[in-house]
Design a protein around this ligand. Structure first.
Ligand SMILES: NC(=O)c1ccc[n+]([C@@H]2O[C@H](COP(=O)([O-])OP(=O)(O)OC[C@H]3O[C@@H](n4cnc5c(N)ncnc54)[C@H](OP(=O)(O)O)[C@@H]3O)[C@@H](O)[C@H]2O)c1
Length: 248
């Protein structure tokens, strides 16, 4: 019987690319989503909710590998959601996408990611965890969401944005391989000041306005300013932020 790979969050920014890249590898590709299957989907679709547990047993049945890309709106429920997933599977290789620096930057979302990593490590399942830096999409969204303001605000610090297609390629490689525990971090090709990235985003939209970096108090913002979200030794991505902006 063909190997079955379940992609949680297979409708999300990362998961949808992971699912598409897994097609054609001779495996059954299942997508888990809270929504019903769209017409003509090429996936073995499973409607389920990791928050309530509805449909998860059916989604996890007979699965060999899971690319776990689902995340809730603010992430606070991600630990419980992952517990639901872990409890539903039997012996599957669990591949998890995490974020560079979550052990050093105590943002609430990052604390939940770290707790989720620990849960997976202690789950008894074979596992692989990849930490990536912020996706281009997220960094661009931080500026785009302020489109109606006369000033663009950024968090004082730097980003090393990475293209989601390259992260998906790496995640697929890991999902098709053997369990590898924590693998080396993955970052984008350039470390850039947050103001510089905001200006690039504005320029791509043909706009010009002041960009102001805010220095927030607290340990998390301090760690971010110190660059704990970066991995310059693993600047593996090739697609720059400007290349991404050209395409979007
Ligand atoms: N964004 C970044 O910069 C970045 C960087 C590094 C790592 N990551 C990590 O990459 C992962 C994916 O991020 P993303 O930006 O692709 O997320 P996203 O676009 O917000 O997608 C979230 C996905 O989670 C699913 N989901 C949410 N709640 C669910 C629930 N209760 N039950 C089942 N599915 C649920 C959604 O599916 P439906 O709505 O269809 O149900 C959706 O497909 C996250 O773990 C994130 O921490 C992100």
């Amino acid at each position: 019987m063909a190997e079955t790979i379940l992609v949680t969050g297979g409708t999300g920014t990362l998961g949808r690319v992971v699912a598409a890249r897994l097609l054609g590898n001779g495996r059954e590709v299942r997508v888990l989503s809270r929504r019903p299957a769209p017409a003509g989907t090429p996936y073995a679709w499973r409607t389920g909710d990791l928050k309530t547990g509805a449909g998860i047993a059916h989604a996890a049945q007979g699965v060999d590998t899971i690319a776990h890309c689902a995340t809730g709106s603010l992430g606070a429920g991600d630990v419980a959601a992952t517990r639901t997933l872990v409890d539903a599977v039997r012996g599957a290789h669990l591949v998890y996408i995490s974020i560079v620096g979550i052990d050093k930057i105590p943002f609430p979302y990052y604390k939940a990611k770290l707790a989720t990593e620990r849960l997976i490590e202690n789950s008894g399942l074979p596992w692989t965890i990849l930490r990536a830096t912020q996706f281009h999409d997220l960094v661009a969204a931080l500026t785009r969401v302020q489109a109606s303001l006369p000033i663009t605000f950024t968090l004082k610090g730097r980003f090393q944005p990475v293209d989601v297609r390259e992260v998906a390629d790496r995640l697929v490689e890991l999902a098709l391989g053997h369990p590898a525990s924590r693998v080396p971090d993955m970052g984008g090709p350039e470390v850039r000041d947050s103001r510089d990235l905001a200006r690039a985003c504005l320029a791509a939209a043909g706009r010009k306005k002041p960009v102001v970096a805010i220095s927030l108090p607290g340990k998390a913002a301090r760690a971010f300013r110190a660059g704990a979200n970066l991995t310059p030794a693993h600047a593996d991505g090739k697609i720059t932020f400007e290349q991404y902006l050209d395409e979007h």
